[in-house]
Design a protein around this ligand. Structure first.
Ligand code: ATP
Length: 285
């Protein structure tokens, strides 16, 4: 099976829109003084209904930073994440997103993944008929190819996957099962982190990775994510809960309200949210 038919870990295909060339490329992209992700005044609507959901999002993420987005239900957090990875349900109407110096919005979803943008979904889907190890090996070798590295053979792949399984504390038999098929909610979340550990990423977006996890699973997931993070990569997580924030210690906490980032602070802002709700911190500053 070709990797393109598996669509990497995003579980959706490229949009049928024609692939236009990128409008601009900054050749200083690898330099650490260029933001890893720069989002400017991003607006997006739902294709089917034309309803505008993102109403001017601004966000800058540098390498080595951990960002958290919180906010009321329905404020647009998941939509923002899905727009970043190119989900076909949404259309960007204005604004820009520059990732590693390139125009992200003109890349197909698969290309975004190969460039090092990873997203774990709130409800990871099952892929019937495709085993976890088959999926991981194909996706990982596609990423290695993109990075100019030789593909790994079956034996090398096996030992690489075993090492990553240990990192997320998953049993080896999960490799033989079909992707997410019959997995419990918590196992699906762990499996998302396994995918991240295997593929690596410049920017990992974790959408409510903590929801539905028991305390031990949450600790395992946070510990694995902490081991994956380096000064060269970054994390953007969406959450409603303090516990994962205490484990991953974001440098920046944002509150999204009505399709915009209304407030940015540090972990101390979460105390205020827990005490008084979102209203006091949801005023655009
Ligand atoms: N594909 C879609 N079709 C219809 N409505 C959508 C779609 N995607 C998002 N929406 C709507 O857009 C709004 C924002 O949804 P989104 O999932 O981004 O919110 P959220 O901040 O992540 O919420 P939660 O905290 O509940 O997960 C909601 O009103 C939602 O119903």
């Amino acid at each position: 099976m070709a990797v393109s038919s598996l669509s990497l870990p995003f579980h959706f295909r490229s949009s049928p829109k024609s692939h236009t060339r990128r409008k601009f490329v900054f050749f200083a992209a690898a330099s650490s003084d260029v933001p890893l992700l720069q989002v400017n005044d991003l607006r997006a609507k739902i294709v089917e209904s034309n309803a505008e959901i993102l109403r001017g999002v601004n966000l800058t993420i540098n390498r080595g930073e951990i960002h958290a987005i919180m906010g009321k239900n329905g404020s647009g957090k998941s939509t923002f994440a899905k727009v970043l990875v190119g989900h076909p349900d949404y259309e960007v109407t204005s604004g820009s997103v520059v990732f590693k110096g390139e125009n992200l919005l003109e890349m197909e979803p698969e290309e975004r993944a190969l460039e090092g943008l990873f997203m774990s979904f709130q409800s990871p889907v099952a892929i019937p008929g495709v085993s976890n190890d088959q999926f991981l090996v194909m996706a990982y070798n596609a990423r290695r190819k993109k990075l100019g590295l030789p593909e790994l053979g079956p034996l090398e792949c096996f030992s690489y996957l075993m090492e990553k399984l240990q990192l997320v504390n998953m049993k080896p038999d999960f490799l033989n099962r079909n992707v997410n098929e019959g997995f419990s909610g918590g196992e699906r979340k762990r499996n998302e982190i396994l995918q991240l550990a295997v593929l690596g990423a410049d920017l990992a977006i974790l959408d409510e990775i903590d929801s539905g996890l028991d305390v031990d699973a949450l600790r395992d997931v946070a510990s694995a994510v902490n081991k994956i993070l380096t000064p060269e990569n970054s994390l953007l997580m969406i959450t409603h809960y303090r516990r994962i924030l205490d484990l991953l210690k974001p440098s920046h906490v944002h509150v999204m309200d009505n399709g915009k980032i209304a407030r940015t602070g540090d972990l101390s802002m979460v105390d205020a949210i827990e005490a008084d709700g979102y209203e006091p911190v949801s005023v655009l500053t």
